[in-house]
Write a new protein. Structure first.
Ligand code: ADP
Ligand code: MG
Length: 247
């Protein structure tokens, strides 16, 4: 269980404000290797800001975040190494529109890891096969459905061989009939032992796949428990109300 796993990302007393609005209030938690954490909570509670702070898309004001024991700071060389360890998938797939699926997936390995094109292509085809997109390798993003684009975005993140994958509402922008194909890919990743932090409103996924469910409330982690406990005995009225709105 999680107690035996190695701490990988450690968040200590992290605060972040936008102007006078404090969005993260003394957030402390540990994400362990191989663990799948699902983060839920109302819109505006700070979930995305925490994910963005982990790979420094949003610098925090105080406190400390470490990845594999190394602090996340503005040091460019360290940050580049950390960002290749931390894959990120956004709500709005953010594929490069002028590149084919294959080139979307090979771009970072070729540019950042200097992987030769043939080798990068082979690795990308293997990843596209894993997400069921191998037949679409030579298409452009605009030729794909939202679910297909998101599966390519996952393959693109995996191409850097990350040690952890962060997902920020990966299915929220999708038509309902495309949600499952993306969740299926994420479920397979989890089964393969990937360390994952997933912000989502998909409670079925949380119940089935998460090792722990974390509830964000006004910039704080107000509860953090294994899914069975989290859903069976909601720890407080705000969680109960939130779950009521979700179901
Ligand atoms: P969540 O992902 O839980 O919906 P966010 O972390 O995106 O919440 O945002 C938390 C709060 O911070 C929201 O009130 C949001 O409007 C605000 N916020 C987020 N990013 C910025 C920004 N770049 N500038 C100003 N306010 C922001
Ligand atoms: Mg968000």
């Amino acid at each position: 269980m999680s107690g035996e796993r190695t701490p990988y990302i450690v968040v200590e007393q992290v605060c972040k404000s936008f102007g006078t609005h404090q969005v993260l209030r003394d957030v402390s938690t540990v994400f362990r290797t191989g663990e799948v954490t699902v983060i839920i909570g109302a819109s505006g509670s700070g979930k995305s800001t925490l994910l963005r702070a982990i790979n420094r898309l949003e610098p925090h004001d105080s406190g400390r975040i470490t990845i594999g024991g190394v602090e996340v700071t503005d040091d460019i060389a360290t940050l580049q190494r950390q960002r290749s360890e931390v894959g990120m998938v956004f709500q709005q797939f953010n594929l490069f529109g002028h590149l084919t699926v294959l080139d979307n997936v090979t771009l970072a390995p070729r540019r950042i890891h200097r992987t030769p094109r043939a080798q990068a292509n082979d690795a990308a085809m293997a990843l596209l096969t894993r997400v069921g997109m191998q037949a679409h390798a030579h298409k452009y993003p605009w030729q794909l459905s939202g679910g297909q684009q998101q599966r390519v975005a996952i393959a693109r993140a995996l191409a850097m061989a990350p040690k952890v994958m962060l997902f920020d509402e990966p299915t929220s922008a999708l038509d309902p009939e495309m949600v499952q194909e993306v969740l299926d890919v994420m479920r397979e990743l989890a089964r393969g032992g990937m360390t994952m932090i997933v912000v989502t409103h998909e409670m079925g996924f949380a119940r089935e796949v998460a090792d722990r469910v974390m509830f964000f409330d006004q910039g704080c982690i107000s509860h953090d428990a294994p899914p069975q406990e989290f859903f069976q005995q909601p720890a407080n009225d705000r969680i109960r109300a939130f779950l009521g709105r979700m179901s």
